[in-house]
Design a protein around this ligand. Sequence first.
Ligand SMILES: NC(=O)c1ccc[n+]([C@@H]2O[C@H](COP(=O)([O-])OP(=O)(O)OC[C@H]3O[C@@H](n4cnc5c(N)ncnc54)[C@H](O)[C@@H]3O)[C@@H](O)[C@H]2O)c1
Ligand SMILES: [Zn+2]
Length: 342
Amino acid sequence: MNRLTVHTAVPYEVFVGGGAIGELGPRFQALFPGARAFVAADENALALHGTAVLASLRGAGVTAFSYALPAGEAHKNHETLLKLYAAMAERALTRLDALVALGGGVTGDVAGFAAATYMRGIPCAMVPTTLLSMADSSIGGKTAVNLPYGKNLVGAFSQPRLVLCDTDFIKTLPPREYRAGFAEVIKCAAIADEEAFSRLERGDMSDDEAVFMALTVKRALVESDERDMGQRRLLNFGHTVGHAVENAAGYALLHGEAVAIGMAAMAKIGERLGVTEGGTAQRLSALLQKYGLPVEYGGDRQRVYESLAYDKKTEGAEVDAVLLQKIGKAVRRRLPRKEIVL
Ligand SMILES: NC(=O)c1ccc[n+]([C@@H]2O[C@H](COP(=O)([O-])OP(=O)(O)OC[C@H]3O[C@@H](n4cnc5c(N)ncnc54)[C@H](O)[C@@H]3O)[C@@H](O)[C@H]2O)c1
Ligand SMILES: [Zn+2]
């Protein structure tokens, strides 16, 4: 099993590997002695892996109970959040207890926000169950719910206290979700690790290695900029357009698919502006397509453009864009919104 430490204000450990769930109970007990575990779980992840999670906790003597959250981005909202708060209150959860978020990025974001705000904040452990959430959303402390106006518009920075990526959980993912998760893996290689990008091109990287590589890239950026004011924004490569595409498509596309379209678009825009080395867009698109990801948006492009106005990174008529200089090196540039064409 691999492990790494994220050095934020309160540092936390991340475990990556098949069977990592066995570590949950003992680690939880050591970090939060006497705490009860409230497992807020994606309904599908709970059905598939809930037994193993609860067994790990209870085996270490932790009192644990679970609560199922409805699956899907459409439920990443206040309705789900208010029901979750109510379930936590009914269990008389206090700051001496801890929440375990079991599921993909949607669960991590909603349950993480509930933990950040319930009683002004209780500890949270992340047990991601999708490739995307293992490689990306489980670390960094961004939690949020969506508003009808756009994604992640209400949220908080709140770092988890423990993260456990059991890569065996990836095996039960629907193939489309698995492929979408690779978008964030490819993103991390594209912005910061040329060698990893080449290995992905050669098909020479295991899922465990892919998750670990992506977390290593993200960790460095989170540590240098916990509040997302500068360097960390490089992780938004493909996301400004990606979020707008998600909005315009009415969430018919998965987050990773929308980000793939966004990355392909930004690479082309970068080449047109002379920032990105020639041939980069072609290489990036080829790798995305190798993983079965879309590189063009088939829907109404005008709606994507309109959605850009609601993105948190859009300030007035300008966009805080991330461009590649080349594979493995990203830079931030302020661009007029009109430059963002799909
Ligand atoms: N906080 C962050 O830093 C951050 C970063 C990236 C993405 N995100 C957010 O993450 C979300 C996307 O996350 P996601 O792609 O994990 O989607 P998701 O949470 O919706 O999960 C995808 C689907 O897989 C199912 N599922 C989960 N684990 C499974 C398993 N092991 N086996 C079978 N099915 C399983 C879920 O029920 C769901 O239907 C978006 O809302 C995005 O905004 C957050
Ligand atoms: Zn993302």
